[in-house]
Ligand binder design. Structure first.
Ligand code: GUN
Ligand code: ZN
Length: 443
């Protein structure tokens, strides 16, 4: 099917129709159409209307996909994960710094081989699609070939991806280290090759402050000045030992975030993963600089890093999306990730509603990535990325769904007992890029 094809989709639709500034505004921002029809053309959304009004669109040139009984939401946006860590998901027994040393660095070493990188990139992108994720902000490894492999595979799938090569010049094994000059040269070449090509964009990706010398951070600053529309993607205040280490390494700075701020790395299009152990001035700096956070609940629990404070995110008005953070995160599935976010909230007396969860995984994430004019909901003109959810994929779900009275009730149940069996189809740029039925028929 070419992207110029026009088609219509009938089903139950749920999205967040406009940006919000407080959690209290969310219920009014939810658009729920029990029987709706979505019109697509040329890979874009033309309109979403109740079936009564929209059925007039259906004609010989506009085939109808009848998906009644399914719940259709905007494509999930994963705001932080590592494609080279796909194969090391579920590594036993360590917290952040020893986990990096024992598992992560040896795994990332393999990406010096372009064929290996290409094979893992394929598996990784297929996992995203199989789990309903249509856009992502992704770490590569220090090897530029890792990013070439990922972008090539994403281009073939027409996915919207932001990615970058890791920049790192200290406190890691020699086999992964580079000089600031090499890092700058290779990063510049990758930006020139990939940034703004189709749906692909580049993120400057210093791994985190401990593996970055002042000289490397200075190079990142210079690259950002040279390419002001690229993204910045790094880790921030994930683990108490890490935070203490940053204080030792950068005693002249006010705290962890101030290291990045000093080198001009905060701002619009800067995304900081984790942000668990923040001081009040750091929250204010994130807000004042228009930076964004990626909340990574499964990873934060798996590595025992701590509980992210959703209340403070709203109180300080900091942009935020959700990240799976594979391979410290334990699933590619956004429904499961939102279910863990709910439990993180419960441990802090915070009630994460299904509508707030949907916001963080779609429009809120698009705002965090500064892509809200292109993706995140079913507004006319946006890119047609969406997920078709099967609300009843198991006998337990069939039973539980009998008690659901609205699309949001169903979504909450899917966050709690759902998984990749609930992803019936994933549409990217107006085309069905993954279908469980077709996959099962082919198997
Ligand atoms: N901090 C620095 N590198 C990493 C990484 O690969 N994963 C996580 N979770 N945190 C990090
Ligand atoms: Zn990470």
């Amino acid at each position: 099917m070419s992207v110029t094809t026009r088609c219509a989709i009938r089903g139950t639709f749920l999205d967040i129709s406009h940006p919000v500034t407080t959690a209290g505004e969310l219920p009014d921002a939810v658009r729920s159409l029990e029987d709706g029809v979505l019109l697509l053309e040329g890979g874009r959304i033309v309109a979403l209307e109740p079936w009564e009004a929209g059925q007039r669109w259906i004609d010989a040139a506009t085939p109808l996909h009848d998906l009644r009984g399914k719940l259709i939401v905007p494509g999930f946006i994963d705001c932080h994960l590592h494609y080279p860590q796909t194969e090391m998901i579920g590594a036993f027994g360590e917290q952040l710094l020893s986990w990096l040393e024992h598992y992560t660095f040896p795994t990332e070493r393999q990406f010096t081989c372009p064929e290996y990188a290409a094979a893992i990139a394929t598996i990784f992108l297929d996992q995203l699609l199989q789990n309903g994720t249509t856009s992502a902000l992704v770490f590569g490894t220090v090897h530029p070939q890792s990013v070439d492999a990922l972008f090539s595979a994403a281009e073939a799938r027409q996915m919207r991806l932001i990615a970058g090569k890791v920049m790192m010049d200290r406190h890691a094994p020699d086999y992964l280290l580079e000089t600031p000059e090499e890092s700058e040269r290779q990063t510049r070449a990758l930006i020139q090759r990939w940034h703004g090509r189709g749906r692909l964009n580049y993120a400057l990706t210093p791994r985190f402050a401990p593996t970055s010398s002042p000289a490397l951070l200075e190079k990142v600053r210079q690259l950002r000045a040279e390419f002001p529309d690229v993204w910045v993607h790094t880790h921030l205040s994930e683990n108490p030992e890490e935070v203490a280490w940053v204080r030792e390494l950068f005693p002249e700075r006010q705290g962890y975030l101030d290291v990045y701020h000093h080198y001009g790395l905060t701002g619009r299009r800067s995304v900081f993963a984790h942000a668990i152990h923040l001081e009040e001035p750091e929250w204010r700096c994130l807000h004042d600089s228009d930076s964004a956070i990626a909340f990574c609940p499964t990873s934060n629990l798996f590595l025992g890093s701590g509980l992210f404070n959703l209340g403070k995110r709203w109180a300080h008005g900091v942009k935020m999306g959700v990240g799976t953070d594979v391979g410290a995160g334990t699933t590619f599935n956004m429904l499961q990730t939102l279910g863990e976010a709910y439990k993180v909230g419960q441990l802090q007396q915070y009630r994460l509603s299904a509508c707030e969860a949907l916001y963080h995984a779609t429009l809120g994430a698009a705002e965090a990535l500064d892509l809200h004019d292109r993706i995140g909901n079913f507004a006319p003109g946006k890119e047609a990325d969406f997920v078709v959810l099967e609300p009843a994929a198991s006998p337990l779900q069939v039973l539980r769904l009998q008690r659901c009275h609205s699309a949001l009730d169903k979504l909450f149940v899917l966050m709690t007992v759902g998984d990749d069996r609930n992803i019936a189809q994933t549409w990217v740029n107006g085309q069905c890029a993954w279908s469980r039925e077709q996959k099962e028929a082919a198997a």
